[in-house]
Design a protein around this ligand. Structure first.
Ligand code: COA
Length: 258
């Protein structure tokens, strides 16, 4: 376990908690490095099917990049700090499902990390925004690209150009989060969803995610051809044989991940 990322495995779900509550879980270089190390380990760990990302405490998911690291830093050092592979992109392209459990401030790099996740569940007191403009900056963790895809260009422009924060209900209404629950229900709701997904075939989940993610980059005609190919790839697996057989035998499927 790292110093600033805590890990708790609940069945086939790994909960990664950014543990800097005194700094509202700001994304320091150490947080990003430890997160990358966990992602690398979990990627090949067959006992984990789904990741949940959250922040420690009840006030903040992630309040953005660590602003303390920006002061006095030369631009080329900043460029080095932003070198690939970046945690935002690794998460967005991750083969296993990743769910953001948003328990408070979800700002800047926090909002960008949440958008790199596959599904977002927020507590009703969460606050969202891309406040970089107020620092004389723009989003640098994918916000200018992922936010318009997530909520549409107009809402993305409004959020990025004003730096304003919005509440959870509005975030849900514009499609920035998929569900909003009371704070005391956040963990249970998220783990229920994560557990349900983690009970599916890991191989089929991977193929489904690959098809869905392709819709971000492919024209629809190419995406449909790609989906057909991936469908036939799923068709070739032992898990497809088991899934179909279990349905016909009226029993639960037992996935092998093959
Ligand atoms: N980077 C580094 N430290 C941060 C931080 C960030 N992004 N966000 C909060 N903190 C620190 C504060 O400096 C403070 O530290 P201190 O107690 O050592 O002074 C601590 O976290 C608590 O924050 P505070 O501002 O006192 O809490 P608040 O409830 O008054 O305000 C926010 C909460 C989120 C509105 C405010 O902290 C804020 O605007 N943070 C910056 C958000 C931002 O611009 N993110 C994008 C960065 S590119």
């Amino acid at each position: 376990m790292g110093e600033v990322i805590l890990r708790e495995d609940v069945g086939r779900v790994a909960i990664l908690t950014i543990n800097r509550p005194d700094k509202l879980n700001a994304l320091s270089e150490q947080v990003r490095d430890e997160m990358m190390a966990e992602l690398e380990e979990i990627e090949t760990n067959d006992s984990i099917g789904v990741i949940v990302v959250t922040g420690a405490g009840d006030k903040s998911f992630i309040a953005g990049a660590d602003i303390g690291e920006f002061e006095g830093r030369p631009p080329f050092d900043q460029r080095h700090a932003m070198r690939s592979p970046r945690v935002f992109d690794v998460m967005a392209n991750y083969p296993k499902p990743v769910i953001a459990m948003i328990n408070g401030f979800c700002l800047g790099g926090g909002c960008e990390l949440a958008m790199s996740c596959d599904i977002r569940i927020a507590s009703d007191n969460a606050r969202f925004g891309q406040p970089e403009i107020k620092l004389g900056l723009i989003p640098g963790g994918g916000g200018t690209q992922r936010l318009p895809r997530q909520v549409g260009m107009g809402h993305a422009m409004r959020l990025i150009l004003t730096g304003d924060m919005i509440g959870a209900a509005e975030a849900q209404s514009i499609g920035l989060v998929e569900a909003v629950v009371a704070p005391e229900e956040l963990r249970e709701t998220t783990l229920e969803l994560a557990g349900k997904i983690a009970a599916m075939s890991p191989l089929t989940l991977k193929i489904a995610k690959e098809a869905l993610r392709a819709s971000d980059r492919l024209p629809v005609e190419d995406g449909l051809v790609y989906e057909r190919d991936l469908f036939c790839l799923a068709f070739s697996t032992e898990d497809k044989n088991e899934g179909v057989k279990a349905f016909l035998e009226k029993r639960q499927a037992e996935w092998q991940g093959k």
